[in-house]
Design a protein around this ligand. Structure first.
Ligand code: NAP
Length: 351
């Protein structure tokens, strides 16, 4: 099958850099354009990224000499799909322009996540949500992925919901600084510190999982009926969001039944053997002090969700800890996996 031509919008940001890394020599996609703001456009990617490249040994060769362009369809002719790592202040308008121009948009931004005909697609969790994109009014369609904090949480909740039903959960996050973009949180604020506030985050954590775990009903997605209370904290960790979850289930479950539900969990990306699909969607760590971001972050090349410390909760039923890589599984990696899914299923039209 022919490769799809893609642009990365917001290519200079935290998430954009991960896209550049993950799309190197990709089997399905050829990156033809890199977009960013006017202050970066017209300049070579390697020049703009001189002291901003943070993700691996070197900028992939294919991207180094590409000239950054403005994020608008007339500057990225011929693309079949755009990966958006745009700041949410500008993502709404730019992504809509692409959809109106007939281009598929795979977005990391929050702007369209809660629109009823836009899936918050998590490829293993809810591939059936793709059914609603046909009802979007634009010729190009918008597919989002969830907020990075709930990505691993939702993956951990999906097998619990399917086997035992969900009643409610309390979620306490310890979020990495790369989640705030680049340059993000000032050193003076975060070094040796914990900040118990991340603007807008708790609202997203309390609403997005229910949509992600919801059902398609005609032309829209109806959110699942369970409640979440969230506390979100920024901690001095570079990458990897660690989240404590206490959960109340609808049916009784033993620890070994829960462990089995997690261990057995896999989905369409694994069945279709998509390039970025981790072999294990969830890995469970037996050690009493895991998961830890420094040790477990790169499980499954950053695409595996690590869970540990499952134990009874005196108020809810069980409690446990989840770790997922915020810029890989929680952002660019999830978006590339979503794009691989629509490419393989023939939903993406390749010109
Ligand atoms: P970031 O590091 O601040 O990067 C933002 C990007 O947007 C940069 O490439 C920037 O280009 C571009 N941009 C800003 N204003 C623009 C404009 N007017 N026109 C075109 N491009 C513009 O942010 P990030 O952390 O990568 O996050 C990107 C998006 O993903 C956000 O919506 C965020 O909420 C979401 N997200 C982030 C994470 C994470 O862990 N970081 C996880 C999930 C979702 P310049 O460099 O030229 O300014």
């Amino acid at each position: 099958m022919k490769k799809a031509k893609v642009a990365v919008l917001g290519a200079t940001g935290s998430v954009g850099q991960r896209f550049i890394e993950l799309l190197e020599n990709h089997e399905f996609f050829e990156v033809t354009h890199l977009g960013a703001s006017e202050k970066s456009s017209g300049r070579k990617y390697s020049e703009v990224m001189n002291s901003r490249w943070k993700v691996s040994a070197d900028i992939p060769g294919y991207a180094k000499n590409m000239e950054i362009v403005n994020c608008s369809p007339e500057f990225t002719p011929g693309v079949d799909l755009v990966f958006s790592g745009l700041d949410s202040d500008v993502a709404g308008e730019i992504e809509m322009k692409y959809a109106q121009a007939g281009v598929m948009v795979i977005s990391n931004a929050k702007n369209y996540r809660m629109s009823p005909d836009v899936p918050i697609l998590s490829a293993e969790v809810n591939p059936e949500h793709l059914d609603v994109i046909q009802f979007q009014k634009t010729p190009g369609k918008i597919i989002t992925n969830s907020n990075c904090t709930i990505m691993g949480v939702t993956i951990s909740l999906k097998p619990l919901m399917d086997h035992f039903g969900l009643d409610s959960a309390v979620i306490v996050s310890m979020q990495a600084i790369s989640g705030a973009g680049y340059p993000g949180v000032p050193t003076m604020d975060i070094l040796g510190n914990v900040i118990p506030f991340i603007s807008g985050e708790e609202d997203k954590v309390e609403t997005e999982p229910q949509k992600c775990l919801g059902k398609v009903s005609g032309d829209k997605i109806e959110s699942a009926d369970f409640k979440i209370s969230a506390h979100c904290n920024r901690v001095p960790v570079l990458d990897g969001h660690t989240v404590n979850v206490s959960v109340k289930l609808k049916k009784k479950a033993t620890e070994s039944e829960i462990r089995k539900a997690w261990e057995d969990f896999s989905g369409e990306p694994q069945r279709l053997k998509l390039p970025l699909a981790p072999e294990k969607v969830i890995q469970y760590r037996e050690e009493r002090d895991r998961p830890q971001p420094r040790i477990d972050l790169n499980a499954g090349k950053g695409m595996t969700t690590t869970i540990g410390r499952l134990r009874p909760d005196p108020i809810f039923d069980y409690k446990y800890t989840v770790l997922s890589h915020n810029t890989v599984r929680g952002a660019a990696g999830a978006a590339v996996l979503n794009a691989e899914l629509i490419y393989k299923k023939g939903i993406l039209e390749v010109k």
